[in-house]
Design a binder for this molecule. Sequence first.
Ligand SMILES: [Zn+2]
Length: 369
Amino acid sequence: MPLTERTVTSPKKFIIGTGLLANMADYVSAFGDNALIITDEFILDRVATQATPALEAAGIHAKVEKFQYECTDTEINRIGELAKAQQANVVVGIGGGKTLDTAKAVAYYNKLAVVLYPTIASTDAPCTALSVIYKDNGEFDRYLFLPQNPDAVIADTDILAAAPARFFAAGVGDALATYFEARACYASDGINLVLKKPSRTGLGLAKLCYELLCENVAAAMDAVNNKICTPALEQTIEATIYLSGVGAEAGGLAAAHAVNNGMSAVPDLHHVQHGEKVTFGLLTQLVLENAPKEEIDEVIRIIKTVGLPLTLEDMGLTSFVEAEWRTVASIACAEGDTMGNMPKEVSEADVYNAMIAANAMAQRYKAEG
Ligand SMILES: [Zn+2]
């Protein structure tokens, strides 16, 4: 049967503002009265002093557990056992993408509600119905597609503004590609992240994501560099945490993320952030599309403004090995990858050539200062 359904999927609630950690009871009480809180180590003390006393005062029993660094089956089972022993009816995840992915998986396997507090704005983990599972040795294991998005995502701008600027920039890089990928996927009538057809709403959310970045990114960096909250920062976080996730989920991905996936084949780039590689993937996509100069100018302005690496050398590539980049192109064009959402058929040779041209273009823009 041909695929015809179009989708819009989203967390049930997205809330953004300052001081939201201390208000946790307001967001948890709708889902349960016995909470297991999984948290990154750096914020453990703050959770214990700000969130749990307020929860107890509101009649919500709460236990806090430190996340053990990787989203593995071992960790998901460990925390699941704790949830059972405690008879928890709601899971709260506080931390980076792996912590939130673990909280989502624990909630799914134990049929519990899940409330998430992202502490960095660098990935789409908070809002999507997906967990990325790793093996105990740190290698990628599988994608766990979840039947539901999280129940609530709470973006506390006090926490997010204090995160390192590099993570914030990486989140902007990931969000920057969202519109261009959704546009390509819509034009090709491709397949979105929940394996349905892209909706017009998905394309609209992706477009708003890009507009918020264009309008706010310079002023948002002023806030991040001073670790303060401003309206421009808040709107940028709406783009990087909410719109980027739901826009990609309903609108679909295309060349930028396919190239990012391929770049895992380059050893020099293993330490590079997801959003940094997606940024180079976006430049490659714009070359493949022969995008108008004004569009490329604006994308480059945003990349430079947030201090994302522009060229492959900026990302740490020491030498360009043709065989490695032929492999990148091959992975990017693999059966089932999102390169298939480009409006025109794209060959491995097209991608290889576009990556060389994208880096040359990046070098040219960099030389302009
Ligand atoms: Zn991404």
